[in-house]
Design a protein around this ligand. Structure first.
Ligand code: 48F
Length: 251
C-alpha cells in the first residue's frame, strides 16, 4: 500500500535526522532572524548546528514585517550580507527595504543549504547542565507546552547553546528563575539606541549559553525596536563569531 510506504519514508527519514542531531556543536533556540543568521554563519564554518523552533513556521518576526505590512527595513551596512544571500532589495532614505517573505525564505534556504537542521514544532523547555555549565537543551513537541500536556522531554547535547527566542528570552529566563543569573527587562521603543545596544551586548551570559537578537534587550535591559532588522543580522553574525572562536574553528 503506497500510503504506508509514504509513512515509512517520513518516519525513517525524520528519526534519522533527529538521531543525528542528538549531539551538536551548537543548539540554537528560536528560528527568528538572529537565530537563523547565527545558524547560517556557524554552519558556514563547518559546525554541526540545529535550530529548535516551537512554532510550525520558522522565521519568527520576519514574516509579519511591521504591523503585518510585510516589508522589513535594514541598515545600509547589511547590504553585503543581503547580496551574499541573493536577496533583492531597494534603497531609500539611507535604508534597505526587503520583502519580508523573500527575506525569510532566503535565510531559511541558505541556512538549511549549508547543513543547518531546523526542527519546527519543537520547543526548548529547559537546558542541561554539568559542572556549572550549560551543555545542551531539553526539548519537547511545541504543542505539548501550549496544551499543558504532561509529557517528559528528551535531551540534546550541545557544546554551546544560543538563546534566540526574541522578546521573552525564554532560555535565559529559565536560569534567571533559579537565581543562576540576573536578568533585566526590555525598555520602550527606540530604534536608534536599540540596534547598537543589541550588537554590543550579544554574547555569553552564562557558561555555555549565549544570547542573540531581541533576547539581548530582555536580558540586559535594552530598548525594543520594531521592524528594523540590521541589528538582528549583526547580532547573529557576532554570536556565531564568538562561538566559532570558543570552539576554535578556523575561518
Ligand atoms: O521573535 P523572533 O523573531 O526573535 P529575534 O531573532 O528577532 C526579533 C525580530 O523579529 C523583531 C524585532 C527586531 O527587529 O523586534 O521582533 O530576536 O524569533 C524568536 C523565535 O523563537 C521562538 C519563537 O516562536 C520565535 O519564532 N521561540 C521562543 N521561545 C522558544 C522558541 C522556545 N522555548 N523553544 C523554541 N522556540
Amino acid at each position: 500500500m503506497r500510503d504506508v510506504t509514504i509513512s515509512k519514508l517520513i518516519l525513517d527519514s525524520f528519526y534519522g535526522k533527529l538521531r543525528s542531531c542528538l549531539e551538536l556543536d551548537v543548539a540554537v533556540v528560536g528560528a527568528g532572524p538572529s537565530g537563523l543568521v547565527a545558524s547560517y554563519e556557524l554552519a558556514k564554518k563547518g559546525l554541526k548546528v540545529a535550530v529548535f523552533e516551537e512554532r510550525n513556521v520558522p522565521g519568527g518576526g520576519i514574516w509579519g514585517g511591521g504591523m503585518m505590512f510585510n516589508e522589513i527595513v535594514l541598515e545600509k551596512e547589511i547590504e553585503d550580507f543581503l547580496r551574499e544571500l541573493g536577496v533583492r532589495y531597494s534603497e531609500r532614505d539611507g535604508h534597505l527595504i526587503v520583502d519580508s517573505v523573500h527575506f525569510a525564505s532566503a535565510l531559511l534556504y541558505r541556512a538549511t543549504e549549508k547543513g543547518v537542521v531546523v526542527f519546527n514544532n519543537v520547543s526548548v523547555e529547559d537546558v542541561a547542565m554539568r559542572d556549572g555549565r550549560v551543555c545542551g537543551v531539553v526539548v519537547n513537541w511545541g504543542p505539548t507546552k501550549r496544551l499543558g500536556l504532561h509529557v517528559d522531554p528528551i535531551t540534546v547535547k550541545a557544546e554551546c547553546v544560543v538563546d534566540g527566542t526574541g522578546h521573552p528570552a525564554s532560555v535565559v529566563t529559565l536560569l534567571a528563575k533559579r537565581g543562576l543569573l540576573q536578568m533585566k527587562t526590555e525598555f520602550p521603543m527606540n530604534a536608534e539606541e536599540a540596534e547598537p545596544f543589541v550588537v554590543e551586548h550579544t554574547g555569553e551570559v552564562f557558561p555555555g549559553l549565549f544570547v542573540t537578537g531581541m533576547a539581548v534587550c530582555a536580558v540586559h535591559g535594552g530598548p525594543r525596536m520594531g521592524p528594523i532588522f540590521g541589528g538582528m543580522v549583526l547580532s547573529g553574525v557576532k554570536v556565531a563569531r564568538m562561538i566559532s572562536e570558543r570552539l576554535k574553528v578556523k575561518a
